[in-house]
Design a protein around this ligand. Sequence first.
Ligand code: ADP
Length: 483
Amino acid sequence: MTELKHPELLRSCSFINGKWQNSGQQFRVLNPATDKEIIQVDEVTHQQVIDAIKAADAAQTKWQNMTSVKRGEILQKWSALIFEHRNDLALIMTREQGKTLTDAKGEVLYGKSFFDWFAEEAKRVYGDTIINHEADKQIQVIKQPVGVVGAITPWNFPNAMITRKAGAALAAGCCFVVKPAAETPLSALALAYLGQKAGLPDGVFNVVVGEDAKTIGKELTTHPLIKKFTFTGSTKVGKLLSQQCASSVKKVSMELGGNAPFIVFDDANIDLAVDALCNAKLRNCGQTCISPNRIYVHQAIFSEFKEKLVLALNNVKQGNGEDKSNKIGCLIHHQAAKNVHAMVEQAKQQGARVELGGLTEEPSASFYPLTILTNVKHGDDITRQEIFGPVLTLISFDDEQTVVQQANDTEFGLAAYFFTDNIHRVHRVSTQLEYGMVGVNEAAISSAMSPFGGVKHSGFGKEGSKYGLDDYLTVKAITLGYK
Ligand code: ADP
């Protein structure tokens, strides 16, 4: 087994106020591909969570008064250290999360790109001057950091879901306390280690790790010193945390679940669509909130599309992500594989046909094979849930209006994709889809430069892009009298 070049990146307790804080009570971090323990990590205590919030608050004034150029320089240094340690960071991620090393390296670079982007954006916090609304007055509009940020992040992107939030928060001048998922604390702690090396002052970036999500989450969503709360995870937990934030009226952003339609019209470039679908679906074994979840294929090209898709996915090698010959890894734990299996079994009972993959028995490990289902109808249970696994459900359609209605017929509104060579349809359909992000003849839609976020039950707020800082800034109007 490959060893880490820098074993000091592997940390085993929370990082609070620039110090590694033990607690004496531990939980296990497992490698989902082997079920073996990687390391035991100290469960943060309730008091330590409060300490982290207070440390962030104590560091806040100095951090926000530092020039944006200086804050940007620290982010850039942090980014350079991430790049230097990219292989180790990827290995840690593959071991705790199960994705392939290629996916993990891709994520580390994607994660770092948010520091690069926001290091520059930090300098572009502009205000306005509004003149002449009354003869002897002028209004100055300025933007200021909202204050200490609490964050909770999921296990599917253990690095990038933190950098996407922390990059913007720190650039805007906000100190940060994050709770990563208990399944994947190690990537977060490695990031903290490099952040300190990059010159982050004590208290500016804190990581609290533990399995007791409820207690930690309650503090991060209700403590009066936290001024803004940001969450990426399931809609169910997001709704609960939004409610908790309401008691102290925090500024909130929520990046929640999706149920992405992927529509292939009869005038589409079929090879392009198949290729894009495979890449998007294989990424992280289908465990991304923007993963194509419902594949609507025009009936005139259905057979051709299905055959090409089966051919493309027929021999994709699956196994431990550390083995470079594997193109797809495992799911986050056994239960995740069981959940996917249950969804496929239910779909079969509702008439779905297995064209590829599937299992005859409930899985006893974290692996679920690449599976293609046909004869799925819009409205079947599997089309109403986020699959979060390597299962493609093919649904036939025959007219544009109906398929757009079906695509929108969900409470979610994160990402949607469609493939067509008809320019009129491109404009029509992209405006009609009720989603925060739409890919047209393209399924790779994530970039630090592009606003990421959903509508409806998929949440609110934008991460990345020139809009990303807004979630961490408040707008102040200063009326200047001339009298
Ligand atoms: P997923 O299905 O991706 O695990 P979750 O919404 O359950 O999505 O988890 C995302 C993050 O939310 C994780 O860090 C998890 O620990 C945290 N979490 C889950 N339940 C709660 C809760 N009741 N309060 C606070 N955080 C929670």
